[in-house]
Ligand binder design. Structure first.
Ligand code: SF4
Length: 895
């Protein structure tokens, strides 16, 4: 009902009259309503209504009357012209392309404001007193005028002014106009309509018979109340059309979608014959997957792109000719990561060159390299924008975009919009310029960012719009969300390139609080007249700060009232899934487990982690790093220490040999250089500058030298083994291990050493649930020695400025370092045979649990254990977190 045309507009249109609307959306809305009305009358054919939005009306009227052949610039063309002028007149301010384009856009905006609000200032002499940034803009504007005169161009912002002059000189009779959806007429618009002749504005309807103002506790209750109200309203009248008004739609879009999907759907999930809700405003085209993919692919054909961008592009299937090809591409990427061949950025050539043990599909390689060659050949010379616009879809299609998958209707529309945007960029050739490929691509990216994409309307029951966009729309009922004092009237910034006094005098947007208030008052009254039932709501608290209701809304709708119970969201409903304790276990089928001791460390930290990593192959990926990763640095450190302690001819074996060295630094430097030559990952050599590699070498030499100086302060020892491979068999589970180092101490016992560049502590071995079992497992199951022969197990902390041993030793003072402090844990908490057997027993239990298939989601210390795990998406611990362990706090309190 209230989405139908008012009888006045309907009669006007039926009589062949022209309606001019403030926006394209209002024009669409009225057109749809007109057709609905004719269908309701049982007609099968009727003349199209004459409805034009403001921009179209001005352009059409101008093209009918223009006689001087001036070309009207479109937005892209004008922005390019402004950016060029900025670069020519202020080269220092616009050295970078991004800054030049931003300044060009700002200047274009300032010019539009002058055209709309203060056209008398378009004369250069009227701006003579402007200083600083405004003076710079004034100079740009003079150059812009000159450029337009020279090339016979006309800014679209000048059209209303120019058209008013042309109309004044044209004495022919014109049919009257009916104006709809204008919250206020600017001076330029009034002048144009007056020059046109007769016009009238659609009078607002009667104020709503029901106006309410609600107070919610917080923004999410506010949103939930609105969605629940929509649900009730649609349940009572499934044909109703509702309008939801909110500010910040782009920022809150996801939150609004979630709330409406959760609260506004009917109990049976149905939405009648139409969609439940849609947004009036689209999203930037650059945020639509297909457009983003096209942009990334075009960049990748010419320059490197970030690894996460490439990962995303491959995962979308947008550059694959078949599902198999898509799977092969993602598998190739996975293999690169598994082989530690990740990079922060990838060129196409580097990606294709990799041989990680998986193959790229030959057809894909042929297709994409051929396309790249074609682009490179084209890019040797600058070309006209129309030529680039013609080539761009060919590059994309040559590389396989948008993929083999059939497109949905929305995707099809997005591709069409993308192609239109490429065609729009062809218009950059308006001045006959030739540009480089990179310049065309930058202009295309800018255009894609600035273009809004909204799928065709599905006549949804709920339309979500911003306050300004809703001008001219009517509905059965309206809900205005977030009407607090801070947000409504909406404030904003003044323009930085125009003098403040000019903005105030011309009543430009946000030039004074009163202007904001007046405009918001007009909009609020218009909203109140756009439906028989209008609700406003605000949240009492937002982000922990108290908020006040909008005074403007309170003046028109009365003081806010606490939400009715029916508009309050019920507590989270019971989940549709039923939780049950899964006692099922899948025994481990064979004796060999991948991952060495980490399997049982994971089993102790969280049984599910062991199951997922060892049996499902689940793996968390760290983002690629520019230099060496922590893992690679650790591995190089191990290699250097292995090389030094490998014994003659190049290395040493004993404490005595270490002590006898005359130039320790030189020995270390020699080993470091040899190791780096042989083991430095090729990725680092290719990607990093030589200076970085020299710095890494120096860092490693200093670190190892510092460590060996610390070792020289030990009691005599002999290195028996370094990097020794061993197999441990635990309750039938075979683990393949590598021991960093085993020393024979001065009492004949053995010391098992694990090099660490981090900061581990032996408390991680503490029972009943150790955080790490690596060394206890080595000494109990891989050494195959009498427990009494074990002198200790220690972490060798090889860290700049913090070198030390940490662990358990039977007699630290007698066998490790005579000068060790009596307060050291190595002395105070010595290793005992009993401890060794307790560890042994516990590790056997862990192995039996793993073999039996115990895979409970049971982190040993939630949430700390989970923080570095990376399997949250698989175990879904966040959905079902463990109950807090109060015993920790009690123990601390007792202590
Ligand atoms: S995230 Fe936590 S609960 Fe999930 S597998 Fe890892 S340790 Fe276990």
């Amino acid at each position: 009902m209230n989405r139908e045309l008012s009888s006045g507009i309907d009669a006007w249109l039926r009589g062949g009259g022209l309606v001019v609307t403030a926006s394209e959306r209002t024009a669409r809305f009225l057109t749809e309503a007109f057709h609905r009305a004719r269908r309701a009358e049982g007609l099968t054919a009727w003349p199209a209504p004459n409805i034009q939005d403001w921009q179209t009306f001005v352009r059409n009227a101008w093209s009918e009357r223009s006689t001087d052949g001036r070309i009207v610039l479109n937005g892209l063309q004008e922005q390019a012209l402004w950016a060029g002028i900025v670069a020519d007149t202020s080269p220092q301010a616009a050295q970078l392309a991004g800054a030049r384009d931003r300044l060009g856009s700002l200047a274009m905006e300032a010019h539009s404001l002058l055209c709309a609000y203060a056209p008398h200032l378009l004369k250069e002499s009227a701006r003579s007193g402007w200083d600083q940034d405004a003076a710079a803009f004034s100079a740009w504007l003079a150059s812009f005028d000159e450029a337009c005169r020279a090339a016979n161009l006309l800014s679209a912002a000048r059209l209303p002014h120019e058209l008013a002059l042309a109309l004044a000189a044209d004495t022919s009779t014109r049919s009257p106009l009916l104006l709809a959806g204008f919250d206020r007429l600017l001076g330029t618009q009034r002048a144009l309509f007056a020059a046109w002749g007769e016009y009238a504005e659609v009078s607002p309807g009667d104020a709503a018979s029901r106006i309410e103002f609600h107070e919610a506790a917080d923004p999410s209750s506010d949103l939930a109340a609105c969605a629940l109200w929509c649900k009730r309203r649609l349940a009572a009248d499934p044909k109703a059309r509702l309008l939801v008004i909110t500010q910040d739609v782009p920022k809150r879009r996801g939150e609004i979608e979630r709330a409406f999907l959760r609260f506004a759907r009917a109990e049976d999930g149905s939405t009648g014959s139409s969609s439940l809700f849609e947004f009036s405003l689209g999203v930037p085209l650059s945020q639509v997957a297909l457009a983003r993919g096209a942009g990334l692919l075009l960049r990748w054909l010419d320059t490197p792109i970030d690894e996460h961008e490439l990962d995303w592009l491959l995962s979308t299937g947008q550059i694959a000719a078949s599902p198999d090809e898509s799977m092969a591409l993602t598998a190739f990427m996975r293999t690169l990561r598994r082989r530690n061949l990740q990079r922060t950025r990838w060129t196409l050539a580097d990606f294709i060159r990799q041989k990680p043990g998986a193959e790229l599909p030959a057809a894909w390689v042929a297709r994409i390299t051929q396309t790249q060659r074609r682009l490179q050949e084209s890019a040797r010379h600058s070309q006209s924008p129309p030529a680039w616009a013609e080539l761009t879809p060919q590059f994309l299609e040559g590389a396989g975009w948008p993929g083999a998958r059939p497109l949905t209707s929305t995707e099809f529309q997005a591709v069409r919009r993308w192609r239109q945007t490429v065609d729009d960029c062809a218009s950059l050739g308006f001045d006959g310029r030739h540009i480089e490929w990179q310049e065309f691509l930058a202009a295309l990216n800018r255009a894609v960012n600035e273009t809004l994409f909204a799928p065709e309307s599905r006549d949804a029951a709920i339309l979500i719009a911003g306050p300004a966009e809703s001008a001219g729309l009517t509905a059965d009922a309206v809900w205005f969300l977030g009407a607090n004092e801070e947000a409504w009237p909406a404030g904003g910034a003044t323009h930085p390139l125009l003098p403040l006094v000019v903005q105030r005098e011309a009543a430009m947007p946000h030039a004074s609080p009163k202007l904001d208030w007046d405009l918001a008052a007009v909009m609020t009254r218009r909203l109140i007249a756009s439906a028989p039932e209008v609700h406003f709501s605000y949240a009492r608290q937002s982000e922990g700060v108290d908020a006040r209701p909008s005074r403007l809304v309170a003046q028109l709708a009365g003081s806010p009232q606490t939400l009715n119970a029916e508009l309050k969201a019920a507590p989270v409903p019971d989940p549709l899934t039923v939780s049950f304790a899964d006692a099922g276990q899948l025994p481990f089928p064979s004796g060999d487990a991948p991952g060495g001791s980490s399997v049982l460390t994971a089993q102790s930290q969280c049984p599910f982690k062991a199951f997922a990593t060892s049996r499902l192959g689940a793996q968390d990926w760290d983002p690629a790093e520019a230099g060496l990763t922590a893992l690679e640095r650790g591995s190089l450190l191990h290699e250097v220490l292995h090389s030094i302690w490998a014994g003659p001819p190049n290395g040493i074996r004993t404490h005595a040999e270490l002590d006898a060295l005359t130039d320790l630094h030189a020995l270390v430097a020699d080993h470091v250089r040899r190791v780096l030559q042989a083991k430095m990952p090729s990725r680092a050599r290719e990607c990093m500058p030589p200076t970085y590699l020299v710095l890494e070498e120096t860092r490693l030499i200093n670190l190892v030298t510092e460590w060996l100086r610390y070792e020289s302060s030990r009691m005599p020892f002999t290195v028996l083994e370094t990097e020794q491979k061993a197999t441990a068999s635990i309750a039938g589970l075979a683990l393949h291990l590598r021991l960093d180092r085993i020393d024979r101490l001065n009492d004949g016992s053995l010391l098992v050493i694990d090099y660490k560049s981090g900061n581990p502590t032996p408390s991680s071995w503490d029972l009943p649930r150790p955080d790490d079992v690596q060394l206890p497992l080595y000494v109990n199951f891989a050494l195959h020695r009498d427990p009494n022969e074990i002198g200790g197990l220690v972490f060798a902390k090889v860290r700049t400025g913090e070198t030390e041993f940490a662990g358990k030793v039977r007699d630290a003072k007698g066998t490790l370092r005579s000068k060790i402090s009596g307060n050291s844990n190595l002395v105070k908490k010595p290793l005992t045979t009993n401890q060794l057997s307790e560890w042994k027993e516990h590790i056997e239990h862990l192995a039996l649990d793993f073999l039996a298939g115990h895979a409970e989601v049971d982190p040993r210390d939630y949430p700390d254990t989970c923080e570095n795990c990376g399997l949250q998406a698989l175990c879904r611990i966040s959905e079902n977190p463990p109950l807090p362990d109060n015993s920790k706090g009690e123990e601390a309190g007792d202590a």
